[in-house]
Design a protein around this ligand. Structure first.
Ligand code: APR
Ligand code: PHB
Length: 390
């Protein structure tokens, strides 16, 4: 088999890249390890920056998003139960975020890819990258009991943090930067109306909590928990009780119901540099991870592939490699700013196990300063809605 661009992974990064290449008439093949149901069922983030919404519009995959996505002009902080609002639209000249689950984004992109005939292999086994630093890279994989070789011009690793693409770059050629947090997020999904119109981020003595949503009838909540916690120690009732404590005023009228999905995920900040090695490029979680606090993971995957598709168009249409040469630096510039914001917002809102009374006072002082300062709220708002692409 032969194609121009081999894409490993059919998450948001791989799928969006495949459609950006489709509209540029650049051939690609997408190789995904899991089956379609598994990919579509993964419950992940739910806040889209305007940049991401525009990209989905550019590839013509925004019809359902525009019908069902929820426009949010602001969000709230609850500090030991007391609530104040950040008016993003007011502070950013009218920008807003759109609440629309990543599962929906993935579903829309898979539908578009299949409708448009993008070669998309689910259940591709033992994907392996070869000769990535040559002019003739190729990928081998198994599908339906057959072994395949896919020759290509470029390979793009969109296979997430645990994928095979990043390790295909020799350790001597890459540097990683990492911060692991001593706590996780317990998340639940419930088919009950959200407890408010907008999201609330809670900093409480007991720990962080987040009230989010997927639709007017489906809520998404998170509780900070220890890394040694087990789901069986968190029956729904205990989760609802703790959410009510940590969310305080913003949980007045919170409607409880059975969780339809429940999970505990660790938090990590991670970047691997560079995001290119020869004919191999990395995009999305394959290259970087942010703690979910700032809702940046999906949005960074989108900006990576926006930069990369532009660079690939330059190479194929104008035979210019400046875009490819500059891809890693350009993506990392936006990635590091989002890493900083996600790390900062996590530090502002969570209870760190080793936090002494002074550190707690610093958190409360910073939240109090933000509450009273338009300047502080503006910097927070412009990072939350997402910095410009360049
Ligand atoms: N071969 C083929 N596919 C693979 C392999 C492999 N060896 N390893 C992983 N994959 C697939 C996974 O099954 C997954 O579908 O690659 C895809 C990676 O998707 P994501 O992990 O969603 O990463 P990305 O597309 O970069 O999107 C980042 O997704 O996980 C969230 O929080 C993250 O919101 C962020 C977004
Ligand atoms: C979510 O709805 O899953 C969500 C929203 C905002 C965040 C993180 C997760 O910061």
């Amino acid at each position: 088999m032969r194609t121009q661009v081999a894409i490993i992974g059919a998450g948001p990064a791989g799928l969006l890249l495949s459609q950006l290449l489709h509209i540029a008439k650049i051939e690609c093949v997408v190789l995904e390890r899991q089956d379609r149901a598994y990919v579509e069922a993964r419950v992940r983030a739910g806040v889209l920056e305007p940049v991401t919404v525009d990209l989905l519009g550019r590839v013509g995959v925004d019809a359902r998003l525009r019908r069902q996505g929820l426009r949010h002009d602001g969000f709230n902080f609850a500090v030991d139960g007391e609530v104040f609002r950040i008016d993003m639209a007011q502070l950013t000249g009218g920008l807003h975020v759109t609440v629309y689950g990543q599962t929906e984004v993935t579903r829309d992109l898979i539908d578009a890819a299949l409708e448009r005939g993008t070669p998309l292999f689910f259940e591709a086994q033992d994907v392996a990258l070869h000769d990535v630093d040559s002019a003739g890279p190729y990928v081998t994989f198994g599908a339906e009991g057959q072994a395949h070789r896919l020759d290509c011009d470029f390979i793009v690793g969109c296979d997430g943090f645990h994928g095979v693409s990043r390790p295909a770059i020799p350790e001597s050629a890459r540097r990683t930067f990492q911060r692991d947090y001593d706590f996780g997020w317990l998340g639940i999904l419930a088919d009950v109306p959200p407890c408010g119109e907008e999201l609330t981020y809670a900093n409480h003595e007991h720990g962080f909590a987040l009230a989010s949503m997927r639709s007017p009838t489906r809520s998404r909540y998170y509780l900070q928990c220890g890394l040694d916690e087990h789901l069986d120690a968190w029956p729904d009732e205990r989760i609802w009780d703790e959410l009510a404590v940590r969310l305080g005023q913003s949980a007045v009228g919170m409607i409880r119901g059975p969780s339809i999905e429940k999970g505990i995920a660790p938090l990590r900040s991670f970047v691997s540099e560079p995001m290119r090695y020869g004919r191999l490029f990395l995009a999305g979680d394959a290259a970087h991870i942010v703690p979910p606090t700032g809702a940046k993971g999906l949005n960074l995957a989108a900006s990576d592939v926006a930069f990369l598709s532009e660079a690939l168009v330059g190479w194929y249409r104008d035979h210019a490699d400046a875009g490819l040469e500059g891809y890693s630096a350009r993506s990392l510039s936006r990635v590091w700013k989002a890493e900083r914001f996600s790390w900062w917002l996590t530090g502002l809102t969570h209870r760190f196990p080793d936090m002494d009374p002074f550190a707690r006072k610093m958190q409360l002082a910073e939240l109090s300063y933000i509450r009273g300062s338009i300047a502080a709220q503006t910097t927070l708002a412009e990072n939350y809605v997402g910095l410009p692409l360049d």
